[in-house]
Design a protein around this ligand. Structure first.
Ligand SMILES: [Zn+2]
Length: 469
């Protein structure tokens, strides 16, 4: 078969069907407490959803579905719980054969193989509205490290590149993917944390060709590093971690010019969607124009209606959902990432010709914005708000408007609803406020009952019926 990034549509389709089938039947359905219960509740058998088309009909789930009361302990139900007997039933042929031989001659080695595939050994933290742990087995970490070699190919890096990471020293999937990626690719990586003096010190120690910075603060950090006297002229690649917005990317380009880094330094975005462990990247050939490249044999990247989490036709901007293929530990099916994007392009990349799906126009975490509410600043999960409004019999149409209020500078979440004829306005307002609170953990600033044609239409559309002022 062709290389992972050059496969034909036919090869990819076949491979993806087999991988989805294997992941559903041999990993998630038997060993995930959450999915076992959910499939049962939906009246579905594992076999009936073990294909791309059937899986796509399942409503997507996200952190609020797994942890409905905001308690991150719920995320434990996503972790696959397989023991030795489960392993023997569901492990892939070659792994199982090797393990069985080991079992005869080296019992300790058999246990190591089983545990590498079943036992979570390492955690990172994820979460947009809440903070929950994501578990990895030893074999998951191998997968992340091996994908690192591909990540380096995409970014046009070699083992000769030297990376300095200015990411905060937190256990996040981005930190892990970058470190294991460097390991898998054979590049030295120095990660001193996000303190400017420490990063400047690291840059003085090693001849860095690659600097990785969080996209939101990269421009400021570059100026600070220059002021701290850090040598930056040798940089050939700047990695913006976390899918930058256009203005952030432009700001970084300006900063590089200002501090005298040659124009030949390429700015590339990398991004690990929330809950996931693989780092998507822009290819070097595109220099940021063709979207984030994904790994078709290790994940299924789809899009859903951002307001309902359900399958939706292309057109509007939609939410990115991820199904992991081949992962154990915290195994995700149809996982809502909170990212919105314009499209998942399936044609070959016009810049590098790789035949991998590309996520185009991604806005990271857009569905869980940080709002400065009267009670304090917090991440508001708009999916909970819209989920409480969609499909209600007592609401014909609705809008959610977020943003600063007219009189003060604090943000508001205002819900506008149109009830059907003959329904009491006050009752609808109370019921809506109550349900939004239950689903999103937040009482709307105000519920406005409107007539048909009176719904607001001003502001930037975050999704079809959510406006940002
Ligand atoms: Zn490309």
């Amino acid at each position: 078969m062709a290389d992972w990034d050059r496969r034909s549509t036919q090869q990819l389709t076949k491979q993806r069907e087999a991988a989805v089938r294997s992941q559903v039947l041999h990993a998630v359905a038997p060993f995930s407490p959450y999915w076992r219960a959910r499939l049962k509740a939906l009246g579905r058998t594992p076999a009936s959803v073990a294909g791309v088309a059937a899986l796509s009909k399942l409503p997507a789930v996200g952190e609020r579905d797994i942890c409905p009361d905001g308690d991150p302990a719920g995320a434990g139900a996503l972790v696959l719980q397989a023991g030795e007997s489960g392993f023997a039933l569901h492990a892939q042929g070659p792994v199982l054969r090797k393990a069985m031989v080991d079992r005869l001659v080296r019992p300790g080695s058999y246990r190591a193989v089983v545990e590498a595939d079943t036992r979570p050994t390492s955690y990172v933290f994820a979460g947009l509205g809440l903070r929950y742990p994501v578990a990895s087995t030893r074999s998951d970490l191998d997968l992340v490290a091996r994908t690192g070699a591909r990540l380096w190919q995409l970014l046009g890096l070699t083992r000769g590149d030297v990376v300095v990471s200015g990411l905060a020293p937190l256990r996040t999937a981005s930190v892990q993917a970058l470190e294991l990626g460097a390991l898998g690719a054979g590049s030295p990586l120095l990660a001193p944390g996000d303190d400017v003096d420490e990063v400047a010190g690291a840059l003085r120690l090693v001849p860095a060709t690659v600097l990785a910075l969080p996209s939101a603060t990269a421009a400021t950090t570059l100026d600070d590093l220059d002021e701290a006297g850090a040598p930056l002229a040798g940089l050939k690649t700047l990695l913006l971690v976390g899918a930058p917005y256009d203005d952030e990317r432009a700001g970084v380009r300006d900063a590089l010019t200002r501090i005298g880094v040659p124009d030949s330094c390429v700015i590339l975005a990398v991004h690990v969607p929330d809950g996931h462990r693989l780092m998507w990247a822009e290819c070097r050939e595109s220099a940021g124009r063709t979207g984030l490249h994904t790994y078709p044999d290790l994940e299924l990247v789809q899009m859903v209606d951002a307001e309902t989490g359900e399958d939706a036709p292309a057109g509007d901007r939609r939410e990115v959902v991820v199904t992991q293929l081949g992962f154990r530990g915290t195994a995700l099916l149809r996982w809502r990432t909170g990212d919105v994007a314009d499209a998942v392009a399936e044609d070959a990349c016009p810049a590098c010709a790789r035949t991998v799906p590309r996520v185009v126009g991604l806005h990271a975490g857009a569905l869980v914005p940080l709002l400065a509410l009267k009670g304090g600043t917090r991440a508001v999960d708009l999916r909970g708000v819209t989920g409480a409004l969609s499909g209600r019999p007592d609401v014909v149409d609705w809008r959610v408007v977020i943003g600063p209020g007219k009189r003060d500078r604090t943000d508001q979440v205002i819900v506008h609803v149109v009830p059907p004829d003959g329904v009491d306005s006050a009752e609808v307002a109370v019921a809506v406020a109550r349900d939004v609170r239950a689903a999103a953990g937040l009482l709307p600033t105000q519920v406005v009952v409107a007539g048909p044609g009176e719904l607001p239409d001003q502001g930037a559309a975050l999704s079809r019926r959510v406006l940002s002022r």
